[in-house]
Ligand binder design. Structure first.
Ligand code: HEM
Length: 534
């Protein structure tokens, strides 16, 4: 459009406005806003009519609908257990006058949603949007074509040949954690908060696998680690404070300023490492030094180092020979750090809790582990050992079933989605796939609240739908870090049970989900050091 046309439009607007009083203008604004609200309200009401084939629990009142029905704490999870028992597969709920949400918790109902093509699936901004300033357009938050390209470029980073090398790092990080436990026990601490200890360990190993960076965070505090903790807390806090949902308001609050400051610390850290690695790569770019078929890389000092995620991402190319930009690599690295540390820490902490409260299962795991490791020169779990821990793996899965770190996934679809029973979820409606509800659904899992690893005995799993157990989600947007996480869980479990007996703490934990399944006030467990016989 030419500058002349812009000028005419501006003159026209000015002449209209000059004939209007402030009151007229205010009237126009109110009418426009009212119109927008009305259109949205009609759309929501029409959506509600179309959801009439889904069951609806009683609403709290006409205005707030089902808001506050399921809180994010122990009582909320108990309410959810009751709703799953009553409604068996799904129900519709209304969060105030403007938001319709369908919750689904049966394998047959979640399957079509999880399997839907990524080109019609969208991460819902209401739940995921607050992480965007931190994680950018990384794999977790991207959609459509951008996601396809990234997923293709990132998949080689999680190939078994790369993951194998991380097993050494998992051993080292677990050794550091156990050293610290021994010291604390010697100092007279009789119980330890598992979440705190294990989270530092998962951050330590993830920083080494992603950036080859030794933060020593299990021993000393680190600005980067503090910033990651702060960001996770602030994202959750922002959800529960409605006025903070607007960027304009949030940026002006103390919390918002802390959030953006922590984002800067995390981004500066990733940027510095990526830039340094790029320049190293340019220096080393001779065919002999290429890492394409190698899982070791040369450092500036000439030492061999394990190929980390950044190395793989810097070298990956799409079919047109184009790689990821530095900005994209930064977003992926930040995403791995976020998606990988809290989830694995939650899984490990709850696993220790379940084994503390089920001593027979703990003993059975320990003898399986000792049978495998006794008689070795070194106390190290190897990649090949991981497939020789069948009962321990069943305990890990049963713990992930009862305490899934990610309790729910939310999605929107750009077309109507059919689910069993002839029901349709209209396009654009929020779908909440309840991982927790599916894992505790009595139609699928007899005595769903009981810890019973034998459910995952291959013989007992034959008849079960593969969508009955989805701690890592399923379908095209499943967790890319699943094998990484399962490897770390097995290594740390094996070394821990070989060295310690885990016993229940002095109080029963109360569950709380804050993005991730955690507890209200730590997860205290007692530890008894064991003598290791070689
Ligand atoms: C026990 C540990 C873990 C659990 C339970 C878990 C669970 C999940 C779940 C449920 C999703 C789907 C989220 C959604 O659709 O909104 C997901 C996605 C993802 N996870 Fe994990 N995760 C774990 C560990 C990891 C690790 C260790 C990494 C990386 C090192 C990782 C990286 C990712 C990424 C990048 C995605 C996004 C995938 C995509 O959209 O294509 N996760 N994870």
């Amino acid at each position: 459009m030419s500058a002349g046309l812009f000028g005419k439009l501006r003159d026209l607007l000015c002449s209209i406005l000059s004939g209007c009083s402030i009151l007229h203008l205010l009237g126009v604004c109110v009418l426009t806003l009212g119109g927008v609200v009305m259109v949205h309200l009609v759309q929501v009401m029409w959506g509600r009519r179309r959801l009439s084939c889904f069951a609806r629990p009683p609403q709290r009142n006409w205005l707030f609908g089902h808001m506050g029905l399921i809180n994010a704490d122990e009582t909320g999870l108990q309410v959810m257990d009751e709703l799953v028992r009553k409604y068996r597969h799904s129900f519709a709920s209304f969060l105030g006058p403007f938001c319709n949400l369908v919750r689904l918790f049966h394998p047959d109902y979640i399957k079509p949603l999880l399997l839907a093509s990524a080109s019609i699936t969208f991460k819902d901004e209401l739940f995921y949007g607050f992480m965007r300033p931190w994680l950018g357009q990384g794999l977790l938050l991207s959609n459509g074509k951008q996601w396809f390209r990234q997923r293709r470029l990132l998949t080689p980073a999680f190939h078994f040949d790369i993951l194998k090398n991380y097993v050494k790092i998992f051993n080292q990080s677990a050794n550091i954690m156990h050293e610290k436990w021994r010291r604390l026990l010697a100092e007279g601490k009789d119980e330890l908060d598992m979440f705190e200890r294990v989270t530092l360990m998962t951050l330590d190993s993830l920083l080494k696998c992603t950036f080859s960076y030794d933060s020593q965070c299990q021993e000393n505090s680190s600005e980067y680690i503090t910033a990651i903790f702060e960001l996770s807390e602030l994202v959750v806090a922002r959800h529960s404070c409605f006025p903070h949902h607007w960027d304009w308001v949030y940026k002006r609050t103390a919390e918002g300023q802390r959030f953006y400051r922590a984002c800067k610390i995390v981004h500066d850290f990733s940027t510095a490492i990526i830039e340094e690695r790029c320049s190293q790569l340019l220096k080393n770019e001779t065919p002999e030094n290429s890492t394409e078929n190698s899982t070791e890389n040369s450092t500036a000092s000439g030492n061999k180092k394990t190929v980390d995620f950044i190395d793989v991402l810097l070298l990956s190319k799409d079919e047109n020979g184009e790689g990821l930009s530095n900005e994209e690599i930064k977003a992926q690295a930040d995403t791995f750090m976020f998606a990988g540390h809290d989830t694995t820490a939650s899984a490990l902490s709850w696993l220790f809790y379940n084994l503390a409260t089920h001593q027979e299962d703990q003993e059975r795991c320990r003898s399986e582990i000792n049978d495998l490791l006794n008689g070795r020169d070194t106390e190290e779990v190897t990649w090949d050992d991981l497939s020789n821990l069948p009962f321990s793996t069943m305990c890990i899965k049963e713990s992930l079933r009862l305490y899934p770190p990610v309790t729910a996934l939310t999605r929107k679809y750009s077309q109507d989605m059919s689910v069993p029973g002839g029901c349709t979820i209209p396009q654009g409606n929020i779908c909440l796939i309840s991982v927790y509800g599916t894992h505790r659904n009595p139609e699928i899992w007899p005595n769903p609240h009981v810890f019973d690893p034998m459910r995952f005995d291959p013989e007992n799993s034959k008849q079960r739908s593969s969508y009955a157990f989805v701690p890592f989600s399923a379908g095209p947007r499943n967790c890319i870090g699943q094998s990484f996480a399962l490897a770390e869980l097995r290594v740390v479990l094996a070394l821990t049970l070989r060295r310690f007996r885990i016993l229940p703490g002095s109080r029963r934990p109360k569950r709380l989900y804050k993005l991730i399944m955690r507890t209200e006030d730590g997860l205290p467990l007692k530890l008894e050091p064991l003598t290791v016989f070689q």
